[in-house]
Design a protein around this ligand. Structure first.
Ligand SMILES: CC[C@@H](C(=O)O)C(=O)SCCNC(=O)CCNC(=O)[C@H](O)C(C)(C)COP(=O)(O)OP(=O)(O)OC[C@H]1O[C@@H](n2cnc3c(N)ncnc32)[C@H](O)[C@@H]1OP(=O)(O)O
Ligand SMILES: [Co+2]
Length: 139
């Protein structure tokens, strides 16, 4: 297991369109991707690019979305997860499990096209952590 780069900060929002406008107007964000649907993950996604990382805006795809409960508790949205890259997702899962962490489900393909998993917030002082296998040859 080796901790890699901070890939993105996930931000849950009830409206990607409204959030994009906020990032443009208040922060001068000018490198914003097109929103797209990721029904397999239960979210709509839009990346706001900063020079050293990305903000991942996520809006529920439908009422079964894994972020539905979070938005019920935080109707205006808020910081939802941080995502770190790892060289080998299966090695990371094995390491976390062996050390008593609660890995939520099995690796599945995320928004960057590589496998991701989530680790329960109770293992990180209340912060939901996403691990993402780094794209081959990326760094
Ligand atoms: C765009 C695709 C992909 C990518 O490629 O980047 C993504 O990022 S998808 C992002 C959305 N997907 C996920 O979040 C999947 C993993 N999440 C889950 O499995 C669940 O959301 C959860 C973390 C298990 C929480 O389940 P939920 O049913 O919403 O809430 P609970 O009531 O069971 O919560 C238990 C406990 O955890 C606290 N909590 C919940 N969400 C968060 C959060 N985002 N950050 C910090 N803490 C969180 C919740 O408040 C409860 O705390 P207690 O009340 O103290 O028990
Ligand atoms: Co994410």
């Amino acid at each position: 297991m080796k901790l890699g780069r901070l890939n993105h900060v996930g931000v849950a929002t009830p409206s990607i369109a409204a959030s994009v406008e906020t990032y443009r107007t208040l922060l001068g964000a000018d490198a914003i991707g097109a929103p797209f649907d990721l029904p397999a993950q239960g979210v709509k996604v839009c990346f706001v690019n900063a020079p050293n990382t990305q903000i991942e805006l996520i809006e529920p795809y439908d009422e079964t979305s894994p972020i539905a409960g979070f938005l019920k508790k935080n109707p205006a949205g808020g910081q939802h997860h941080v995502c770190f890259e790892v060289p080998d997702i299966h090695a990371a899962v094995a390491h976390l499990t062996a050390n008593g962490a609660t890995v939520l489900g099995s690796p599945r393909i995320g928004a960057h096209g590589t496998p991701i998993v989530f680790v329960h917030p109770k293992d990180f002082g209340g912060m939901l952590v996403e691990l993402m296998e780094e794209p081959k040859g990326a760094h």
